[in-house]
Design a protein around this ligand. Structure first.
Ligand code: C2E
Ligand code: CA
Ligand code: CA
Length: 761
């Protein structure tokens, strides 16, 4: 018996240590490993100690070995307890419990060591087995042995309790795994109790410790239950967000989860057949494609994966489909793309995307001719300033709405910047009338204002398709510039010469500084003739005497200077020239003669007109009544709130204010009602442009009469014929200016030949 037991004990120890070494070689880095190693290590040691104690021939050695064996057992059970805690996933023990167990273990260890010298805990005896082989065994236990037993049973109780709790809480498929450990533990306890109760010579529970240690190691580290795995896989697939369909070698559905069934409308076989016919290329081993589908009213986007399955010998086993719902990602992507390509305010394409889509459209239809149509709101800044940003935004939204209704699905359109929008329209579909009708309808900004919105439209009929879209838009915008200041013209078409004029414009701008420094701007004067024939003064008109191009008329540079802001510098220069002349006249005793200067509308924004002009007359000691100020009707009426008081101020100072170009713009009798000026200067174009001469003459007659009644003098400019002189004189016109009498001339020539000369009128 002795030799069988000893051999079995050694073999068990080898088995347990084998497990320990295996685990060290192939660690799995999981939390149950440390207590498991402790359990295996001490169980192996306990087995070795017990067997060796049986073999020893020295009583003292038997005491020592059995003593250490008992301590090792404390660690075995403690390792088991800690292992169960981790294995069941319960919380680690409270520190107080750990301390209590620790103190017990120390007390037990001290007692066991003392026992080596004085047998206070247990005694050892040498006995013989049935076959006469003698060995040492633990023969009796004293009352102090209870410390050891209490420790062991307390730990066993705790671990059994943990296991029972876990078994009760766990799903069915897991109960077994905990139950196995519980049953093995119970067997150990029972064997041990039998050993204690009946005083068997050999502690057979030791073998069970080996079995428990090995089983725990095997079940926790090596064994994966097939059924559990199948079940887990089944539930994993069933609960997956993605749809999964598995087909066998004959393309019969083996399994499809719920998501897949919903996607296929519960017609899996039919759907799979369609995929094989329409989507998946023959012989493809894996393949992806995108699909979308309306489910419960909303559009959902999917990415579908097809893949063949092969075994280790590369034999075809079947295939599977994964249906991945990417609605969220797609929507996020779409909304990001939308934000990157659309204008935040109006929701229509932004500039970059308009360019891109237009480029695409033109490239895709090479036989089709297109027009680029750009729009621009006249004085949009004024809308923002006067009515606030919100109204400005409302206006932009309205323009975007018009474009949307005009373009529908067919034309590309977008917002370029600020108040600029663009359309790309097939040439034969471009209909000026239709666009005008829509645009004019929104002329009124709000019901309670008289402010009219003017929208200009520039059209570029694409001739050079290779030109960048931004250049095409530039050309349409260039066309708008030709009508920028006009209220009557709404649509302008790009012509090749516009580009030349743009180049010319750049040249004019670049030459300005040089011209002003080189005194290339000359003052010409056109005489003004009173009804009695006397020339009392004239209008100062600028001429650019260019060193290469000769004399350039103001029409070619004034509008450019007005756009760039150079006009204020040119005008101040011209005003100074006029004042210098008037100073010389005054010194020569010519105090009754006057010069009339032009003030551009832009001067009012760029300069302090009042300060500049009064400064000049004071500096040159000129009487203000000798300086007439020509201000256009448009300049006054565009901004009457500031212009009317300014005119009053200038008149109070002593200047005579002329309303220039009356009748050339949107002249209205309202102007006369509000405007108190000294002289009304009627534009002759007013007369010549009108077809019904009779009616125009009548209106002219009435305006002159009205001006006179308002105690204003009347000048008519552009007088070219004797007939005009005659009827204007008859209507009561006071002063004439025009080619009939004289063209503008250098100021010296005017002074020498015309000043105070008397014409026969
Ligand atoms: P405006 O102030 O209306 O000047 C009158 C224009 O009519 C002058 O053209 C003059 O030459 C022209 N004119 C006079 N009599 C007749 C006529 O019988 N028949 C015809 N067909 N034309 C006649 P000009 O000198 O070419 O000036 C054109 C415009 O340039 C002026 O129109 C004025 O608005 C602007 N301008 C000229 N000089 C200056 C200046 O120094 N400063 C500013 N701000 N503008 C100026
Ligand atoms: Ca003038
Ligand atoms: Ca004029």
């Amino acid at each position: 018996m002795k030799w069988v037991s000893v051999t079995l004990l050694y073999l068990s120890a080898v088995l347990v240590f084998g497990c320990l070494i295996y685990n060290f070689r192939k660690p799995r880095q999981i939390s149950i490993e440390p207590p498991l190693r402790m359990l295996l290590g001490f169980a192996g040691a306990a087995l070795l100690l017990n067997a060796t104690a049986m073999l020893t021939t020295s009583l003292q050695m038997a005491y020592v070995l059995f003593g250490i064996y008992h301590i090792a057992m404390d660690f075995v059970v403690n390792g088991m307890m800690c292992f169960v805690r981790r294995y069941t996933g319960l919380r680690v023990y409270h520190p107080k419990i750990q301390t209590a167990f620790g103190l017990f273990a120390i007390a037990d260890a001290v007692l066991m060591m003392m026992n080596c010298f004085v047998p206070v805990v247990f005694t050892c005896d040498r006995i013989a087995d049935r076959f006469g082989a003698s060995f040492y065994h633990v023969s009796s236990m004293s009352a102090l042995y209870i410390v050891h037993m209490l420790l062991i049973y307390a730990m066993v109780f705790v671990l059994v309790w943990d296991l029972i709790r876990k078994i009760l809480q766990s799903p069915k498929i897991y109960k077994l795994k905990y139950a196995v450990i519980l049953i093995l533990d119970c067997i150990v306890v029972i064997c041990h109790t039998i050993y204690l109760q009946f005083g068997t010579k050999i502690d057979y529970s030791l073998f069970w410790y080996a079995v428990v240690a090995f089983s725990i190691f095997y079940f926790s580290m090596i064994y994966i239950p097939r059924g559990l795995m199948d079940k887990l896989l089944y539930f994993t697939i069933s609960n997956m967000q993605d749809g999964i369909i598995c087909l066998d070698i004959e393309n019969k559905c083996v399994h499809a989860n719920r998501t897949a069934k919903i996607y296929c409308d519960f017609e899996i076989d039919q759907q799979v057949e369609t995929w094989f016919m329409e989507e998946i290329p023959l012989d493809a081993e894996d393949y992806y494609w995108d699909a979308k589908r309306r489910i419960s009213g909303g559009m959902r986007y999917y990415r579908i994966q097809y893949q063949k399955i092969f075994d280790i010998q590369s034999k075809y086993l079947g295939c599977f489909f994964i249906i991945q719902d990417c609605t969220k990602e797609t929507e996020r992507f779409e909304s990001e793309k939308y934000r990157a390509t659309h204008d935040a305010l109006t929701g229509i394409y932004n500039k970059e995307y308009f360019y891109e889509m237009t480029r695409e459209q033109i490239a895709q239809n090479p036989a089709q001719n297109y027009c680029i149509v750009c729009t621009d709101v006249k004085n949009f800044k004024l809308v923002n300033d006067m009515f606030g940003i919100q109204t400005g935004d409302k206006l932009l939204l309205r323009i975007a709405g018009i474009l949307r209704s005009l373009a529908g699905e067919r034309w590309v359109y977008g917002r370029l910047t600020g108040d600029r929008f663009a359309l790309c329209v097939p040439e034969e579909e471009f209909n000026e009338e239709q666009i005008l009708r829509k645009i004019v309808r929104m002329a009124k900004l709000t019901e309670d204002t008289v402010f009219k919105v003017h929208i200009h439209i520039g059209v570029y009929k694409i001739e050079d398709k290779k030109l960048g879209i931004s250049m095409m838009c530039d050309r349409a915008n260039l066309a708008i510039r030709t009508i920028k200041d006009s209220y009557q013209n709404i649509v302008a078409y790009y012509k090749e010469n516009l580009r030349e004029s743009k180049i010319n414009e750049q040249k004019v701008i670049s030459e300005f500084e040089e011209a002003i420094r080189g005194r290339q701007f000359a003052a010409y004067v056109q005489p003004q003739i009173a009804v009695n024939g006397k020339v009392r003064g004239g209008e100062v008109l600028v001429r650019w005497i260019h060193p290469e191009r000769g004399m350039i008329p103001p029409g070619e540079f004034i509008p450019i200077f007005e756009q760039t802001g150079f006009i204020s510098r040119l005008d101040s220069y011209m005003w100074e020239v006029a004042c210098m002349r008037l100073q010389r006249w005054k010194n020569a005793g010519l105090t009754e003669n006057y010069l009339s200067i032009n003030i551009s509308q832009k001067d009012f924004y760029l300069l302090d007109v009042y300060k500049t002009i009064t400064g000049l007359v004071e500096y040159y000691g000129v009487h203000p009544k000798n300086l007439h100020l020509e201000i256009t009707e448009t300049a006054v009426m565009n901004n009457p709130q500031t212009q009317l008081p300014l005119i009053a101020k200038l008149r109070n100072y002593g200047f005579l204010v002329e309303i220039d170009d009356f009748g050339s713009g949107y002249s209205s009798l309202n102007t006369l009602k509000d405007l108190q000026a000294d002289i009304l200067k009627i534009d002759m174009g007013f007369l010549s442009r009108t077809a019904h001469q009779g009616r125009s003459k009548l209106i002219l007659q009435m305006i002159i009469a009205l001006a006179k009644a308002l105690r204003m003098e009347v000048i008519t400019e552009g007088v070219e014929t004797q007939d005009q002189v005659d009827f204007l004189k008859a209507y009561g016109c006071d002063i004439f200016q025009g080619y009939y009498f004289a063209k503008p001339m250098p100021i010296m020539e005017f002074e020498m030949q015309y000043l105070n000369r008397v014409f026969r009128v």
